[in-house]
Design a protein around this ligand. Structure first.
Ligand code: C2O
Ligand code: CU
Length: 659
């Protein structure tokens, strides 16, 4: 069974355990000792099953069970054990002597219901508190369970011995837990006044709270991120590619004629395509006409110098209406990328502030049909490029075609290409090694990620090449010139929904990679992704958390230039997290403990699905201050953001935020 399957099973069993203990208690209270005794047996059995499912889950990693083993199971054992010891003998004697009345004695009912409360602490902890278990959370849970037991006891018994003392202890335990929970937040607010404290440098300047100091290097001096730029001339033989992007609100018309109000670059969605040849200098003047929220441009997947990365509050201030900012960087990487605003990015990107960035290798001008297609959900419709209806093209047989598919949404898309054998030539801008011919497979494209599909247009008139999104919307239909579509075409009729999903980690063939899993890693970071209650930017939130915390509370990862860094990303939640590190491409070392057997995978965004564990590595070769976040931008907004900081780099900016 998959990890996420065991996670679901464990959750189910934990809820059934609560129900069984509660049913035993209620049945006893209803003077039915025989049924109550039977239910007690069931509850014990289910509780043992729960222990079993936790042990099974532990096999997939301590991250998945830490809070269950340290808090939930001990509570369950304690509560269940007490119920067996106290209620069990009394129930049996009530059955044996036919004295139904005895079953409703407080000494029978309270332990049974107490066991139910203790069992309930498990799922409550998993849902509300998440990973990792903390003393504060454990104490609060214990106090809540104890409080519920006391209330129940008081309700069924005329008199509870030493009730006052018990209530006092329970409240005290709860208060200590609560105190431990808020202490770090209070402490960090107090510390924030002291920029010399290195602990502050990790999070300061990112909270959006006025008056927070900027990110200072621990030594007090260093390179400001604003000094980190590339060359300001193209490479020999290259040219300067100048663009102006004006952000403004507009009503756009989709291909169906439907009009939607949008946030646009230059009045269009997607924004103007930015193209260059490797070695060119790209210079983009961003102007903001009327986006009152502010705007920046982040070059997704493009490992630009940090000062050009477009992260408000970290590498620049957001550009407000009437202002501008100029980005300049060398087109050093070939491939398919995209750009988008990073200010209120969830809303901004959803509303249309994005476009494509395609760089072609030097000396290899694109031949045939080269199409960059961002796939976006716009006002409920799937839009490819600017089409909410299929893009129809006539393409002569034999034409080389390259489709550059970009997922600009928050969730993955399943793409299928029918009617032609093709290769998945590149992922996230990087060519794969010896990608094999594909047909009849679904391609899962992570949010933010890119796939380049390459093929030769098949002969007319019998074939149409059809690209579908999520097995429903036809995004693109290529027909041989003059065929006009016959309706008998293979691509047209394919039922793609049954096509299996391509496993990227087994596609293509191995090739030497810059480093391997056996290398020595200078830094090793683990990110456990979950949900839970946390403080994010000053407000309590049911947050998307990393190691139990939400932005800006997640410790900054610090690296030195030249470090080889390993990231382990664990998803213990129930949602997919497309993980995205700015400024670097990461090499996939393993997924769920298995190394890729196909082409090396150099990615900038990778989908960590529920129950998955990814290990990736990168060389810290691009000094700066970088975002490291979930590219489901609504998750980012809910706290799933941290920073990667090179030693000695500082930021003069204040007030960056998760989005
Ligand atoms: Cu595509 Cu931090 O973003
Ligand atoms: Cu996420």
């Amino acid at each position: 069974m998959t990890t996420s399957g065991v996670m679901t099973l464990d959750l189910f069993v934990s809820v059934v355990a609560v129900a069984a203990w509660a049913a035993a208690g209620v049945t006893a209270a209803a003077r039915r000792p025989a049924a109550a005794a039977a239910l007690l047996g069931v509850a014990v059995l289910v509780s043992l099953l729960r222990a079993g499912s936790v042990i099974a889950l532990a096999g997939d990693g301590w991250w998945f069970v830490q809070e269950k083993v340290t808090v939930a199971l001990p509570l369950l054992v304690l509560g269940g054990g007490a119920a067996v010891a106290l209620s069990g003998p009394r129930l049996l004697s009530a059955v044996r002597h036919g004295r139904a009345e005895e079953a409703r004695a407080p000494a029978v009912v309270v332990p049974l219901l107490g066991a139910a409360y203790a069992a309930a602490a498990g799922p409550v902890q998993t849902f509300l508190l998440g990973y990792p278990a903390t003393w504060s959370g454990a104490l609060i849970l214990v106090a809540v369970v104890a409080g519920a037991v006391l209330i129940t006891w008081r309700a069924v018994a005329a008199d509870v011995p030493r009730l006052r003392a018990a209530v006092a202890v329970t409240i005290a335990v709860g208060l200590v837990g609560g105190g431990l929970a808020v202490a770090p937040a209070v402490a960090s607010t107090a510390d924030a006044a002291d920029p010399a404290d290195p602990a502050v440098s990790a999070t300061a300047g990112m909270t959006g709270m006025p008056g927070m100091p900027g990110m200072e290097s621990p030594t007090g001096h260093g390179v400001p991120v604003t000094d980190l730029h590339g060359p300001d001339a193209p490479e020999p033989g290259g040219t300067v590619r100048r663009y102006t992007l004006t952000a403004r609100t507009a009503t756009i018309t989709l291909s169906s004629g439907r009009r939607v109000s949008a946030w646009t670059f230059d009045g269009r969605v997607p924004g103007p395509p930015i193209t260059a040849t490797q070695g060119d200098l790209i210079e983009v003047r961003l102007r903001n006409a009327d986006i009152t929220a502010g705007v920046t441009v982040h070059w997704h997947g493009y490992d630009v110098p940090s000062g050009e990365d477009g992260v408000p509050g970290l590498t620049q201030d957001a550009v407000m209406p009437g202002h501008e900012f100029v980005y300049r960087f060398l087109a050093s990487q070939a491939g398919t990328y995209w750009y988008h605003t990073h200010e209120v990015s969830d809303l901004g990107v959803r509303m249309g502030l994005y476009g494509t960035l395609v760089v072609t290798p030097k000396g290899a001008a694109p031949r045939g049909l080269d199409l960059a297609l961002p796939v976006h959900t716009f006002a409920g419709a799937t839009v490819a490029g600017d089409h909410d209806q299929p893009i129809e093209r006539q393409v002569p047989a034999g034409t080389p075609v390259r489709l550059r598919l970009i997922n600009t949404d928050n969730t993955p898309h399943r793409l299928t290409l029918a009617g032609v054998p093709y290769r998945l030539a590149a992922v996230d801008g990087t060519d794969l090694h010896e990608p094999g011919t594909l047909g009849g497979v679904g391609l899962r494209l992570a949010a933010g990620s890119r796939y380049d599909l390459a093929f030769t247009m098949p002969p007319a008139p019998t074939d149409a090449v059809v690209l579908r999104v999520d097995d429903r919307a036809v995004a693109l239909r290529l027909t041989g010139a003059g065929s006009g579509g016959t309706g008998k075409d293979t691509g047209e009729n394919a039922d793609t929904s049954k096509w299996p999903e391509l496993d990227l980690t087994r596609y293509g063939t191995p090739a030497p990679a810059p480093f391997t899993a056996r290398d020595h890693f200078d830094r090793d970071f683990t990110l456990v992704l979950d949900r839970g209650l946390a403080i994010s930017e000053g407000r309590p939130l049911y947050a998307q958390t990393v190691n139990g915390q939400a932005f800006p509370g997640i410790p900054t990862e610090e690296v030195k230039k030249g470090d080889l860094v390993r990231l382990t990303v664990v998803n213990r939640g129930r949602e997919t997290h497309p993980w995205h590190l700015h400024g670097h491409h990461v090499l996939v070392l393993s997924r769920n403990g298995r190394a890729p057997t196909g082409s090396p995978l150099l990615l900038d965004t990778f989908d960590v699905r529920p129950g998955e564990v990814w290990q990736v590595a990168f060389r810290a070769d691009n000094p700066g201050l970088w975002m490291n976040h979930c590219h489901n931008l609504s998750h980012a907004e809910s706290g799933m953001v941290l920073h990667l900081m090179y030693e000695g780099v500082t930021s003069p900016f204040h007030g960056a935020h998760g989005g």
